[in-house]
Design a protein around this ligand. Sequence first.
Ligand code: PHE
Length: 472
Amino acid sequence: MTEQRGNWTSSAGFVLAATGSAIGLGNLWKFPFITWENNGGAFVLVYLVWLAAVGLPIMMAELLIGRKTQKSAVGALKEAVGPAWGLVGLWGVLCGFTLLSYYTVIAGWSLFFFFKTAGWMVGGFPAGTSLGQVFTEQSANGGLQLGLSLSFSIATVSVVYFGVQKGIEKIARLFLPVLFAILLLLFITSFAMEGSGQALAFIFRPSFGELDGGSILEALGHSFFTLSLGMGAMITYGSYISREQSVVKASAIIVLLDTVIALVATVIMFTVIFTAGMQDQVSETGTVGMLFISLPQLFFSEGVVPGGRFLAPLFYVLVALAALTSTVSLLEVVASFVIDELGVARHKATVMCGGVVFLFTIMAALSFGGASFATNLTAGGPIGSLFFAGKTSWFGMADHFVSNWMLPTGGLAITIAAGWFMTREASEGELTGHAEPGWFKYDIWRLFIRFVAPAAISAIVIAVVFFGVDFS
Ligand code: PHE
């Protein structure tokens, strides 16, 4: 291989890129809805505990494995832990591939709603429009879905094509500040709205009576997804960090920013919903409904969101940017494997991987009524119900398999690798000696990565395998 491996230009550049990977549809689409479903307060608190007790230690583990070896997922695990562990890396690559193939479809919806709301901003909101119908019609329109997801895939490939510095880091530096600014504007606006007190109470006032074992594990599963852990994305991003940089500090900032953004987004959405008194509709329309049915409607309802018609398109730009910095990291996992392990040049590898992933995106894009072979698909029999829990579309099956099987098993393997198969000297050497913050104690990290994290994740795996719990 003649090409030189990329590197982040600076510590801030890396932190922004990794934060960009973490902040995505998980923060803006999944987290608010599962918080809603699980009645807020106590669920949020449990989620915060998981982020600190499991998410943060694994973030450090993934970054340290990447930095130590300066290799992407497969090569890094092989070198840091042992040749057989390359399989865990491969599992991660497969997971990144699958997740990317359907994530792009939801990202495409944000493009659709950007154009739609921008049109309404200029031309006015047509009286009597049913947002539920707008949503269903767009998602069932196969041609439109293919166009949207193809556009998003092309955007993703174009970024990864230019490599670590000129592609990934550059757009993170450009887009993340914009994303923070839009969110701040919406956040400030939300305080001028009546429902904000109710929203804050719902999110932050814990009532433990509502919490069951399933919610506790759901919070854990989501902490993985939202931090981009369990599939080697952070190993890969870590492999471009220079040796001088503190993994501990970077991990803490990434986890903190991801958490703040998820909470802020949730406050905004719930404020809008409470102000309009739309609680019932939200519960009825499900995960998808909150972001793509209730919110667009509320932005255009008289007297709900001040300046709503101008904020609506901005909001969907925000969703699209957040999604793009995540899809880029997913494609990077796949492409860097092809680049590092198979010796293919970056440009060629990126286009090739993006193209092959898109073949599967086609199935996901047609899963909402676009074509019956993708929409009405069920994997029957005991194997089908074990792995796909009776989901009835390609999209549903892929999402179920990634959230319930791939991320938890990948995460479990990575924690075991870092905690039990890497020597103490190896991990200690990476984590200490870089001017760590005072709260960091290596032995405590080791305790969490060896015992707490594997025990907690094993509980998810057991719940899925033996009790058929569904986290997707
Ligand atoms: N963290 C991203 C989100 O919250 C999803 C993601 C998972 C991205 C794994 C990359 C790797 O949307």
